[in-house]
Design a protein around this ligand. Structure first.
Ligand code: ATP
Length: 269
């Protein structure tokens, strides 16, 4: 079938140790996804259901996708990344089938984390025909989420959106995405932690990352990653000039930060 979309599953190597900051988010995920797998008897004793689904919301580039991959890495699970736009663009009927197939595949590959990006795309259409189509897909997703709850089959769903206010209200009701977690922009200490993670293992002089963190207000994790890449390029340029491996310098980082005219989070400030 031409319209069949196969979502590949993979095993991410990232773990929580690779994610800078986001302690509250990690705690919530540990409590709901990770500990139930590792210590099911504790959860059973309290009659608490394990697993299910979690909705991450927050500005772009602050780690929603990254932490979802790290969840899979933490529990040695498979990871499937679904871009909702691609499913929505299919013929009516076909998109529901596809969503169902994806959940089936996840069950066959359990434990499995299904990451659904751009969740707000669903239910956002103004065109009447599309609206009906969207609604069918929302209903299918609700069915799949209810099924997970009932069977506790080690399939975890993490949804993500930059614009939770556009989300179909049916998805926000209790029992659906039962945990809503804000993934905030990194504060100064978190920016320092992210810089340190992205620089780890690279040749560098003695850096004062706290200073760089202080100069990168409104930078997202993605922006900071780019700053490190630009600084690496400077050090490599010197390396090629001198013929010897040159360390990344404080000035490289500060210059790279300064050169970024705008950052992702300025729109949200
Ligand atoms: P979008 O809403 O645009 O999909 P997102 O919140 O899913 O954005 P990610 O794709 O997770 O953002 O982040 C982009 C990149 O930025 C990641 O690949 C990662 O390298 C880096 N990054 C973001 N936040 C963090 C963090 N807290 N710790 C480490 N790296 C981070």
């Amino acid at each position: 079938k031409d319209d069949q979309m196969l979502v590949e599953s993979e095993k991410p190597k990232e773990t929580f140790a690779d994610v800078g900051g986001l302690e509250e988010v990690k705690k919530k995920i540990r409590m709901n996804f990770i500990l139930p797998l590792k210590q099911p008897e504790v959860f059973a004793a309290y009659g608490k259901e394990a697993g299910g689904s979690l909705l991450l919301y927050g500005p772009p580039g602050c780690g929603k996708t990254f932490i979802a991959r790290a969840v899979a890495g933490e529990i040695d699970a498979n990871f499937m990344h679904i871009e909702l736009q691609a499913i929505l663009s299919m013929y009516a009927g076909q998109s529901e089938h596809n969503l169902h197939d994806i959940f089936e595949k996840a069950r066959e590959n359990k434990p499995c984390v299904i990451f659904i990006d751009e969740l707000d795309a669903m239910g956002g259409s103004r065109h009447q025909m599309r609206q009906h189509h969207d609604r069918m897909l929302v209903n299918q997703l609700l069915l799949e989420l209810d099924g997970l709850q009932a069977n506790n089959d080690q399939v975890f769903v993490i949804g993500a959106t930059n614009t939770p206010w556009y989300l179909d209200s049916a998805l926000r009701r209790p029992g659906r995405f039962n945990h809503l977690v804000f993934v905030p922009p990194p504060a100064e200490a978190e920016r320092e932690a992210i810089l340190e993670l992205k620089l780890a293992g690279k040749p560098m002089g003695s850096l004062k990352l706290a200073k760089v963190a202080a100069q990168t207000k409104l930078f997202s994790g993605a922006d900071l990653e780019q700053v490190v890449k630009d600084a690496v390029d400077c050090a490599m340029e010197r390396t090629f000039e001198t013929g010897e491996i040159q360390p990344i310098r404080q000035e490289d980082l500060l210059a790279a930060a300064k050169a970024r005219k705008s950052t992702t989070l300025e729109w949200f400030a």
